[in-house]
Design a protein around this ligand. Sequence first.
Ligand code: SF4
Length: 116
Amino acid sequence: MPTVAHDGGVVMLSPELAGFTDARFGDFTTGNVLKDGLDVLVAEAEERTSWITEFWQGVDACRATCPAFAFCGGAHAANRYFEHAGRFDGTRTRYCTTAKIALLEGVTRHVRSHAR
Ligand code: SF4
């Protein structure tokens, strides 16, 4: 999901990252639509965007450790970054704990209670 900022900068996956900068990842942009087409930026996103590699490592860690992965998919790049001290390869966050894991547990509990 690309987000195009007011200056043409394109941030992939998490619009919440637009406008922030990081010592390792710069301004998180994949490029700028004033210079390259959005189709090119999307097609070349992984080669152009170093933080996405670290993000996929986090998704892989989620896949390996989280029972809610099939439901969640391990997304939420900005939550990983802001809740794990500027890293994308962490797993559980406060956001996913409340918005994904608790939701899944609640629905599962509800279904089980009505299946009896
Ligand atoms: S619920 Fe959290 S820990 Fe589990 S897969 Fe999603 S992001 Fe990862």
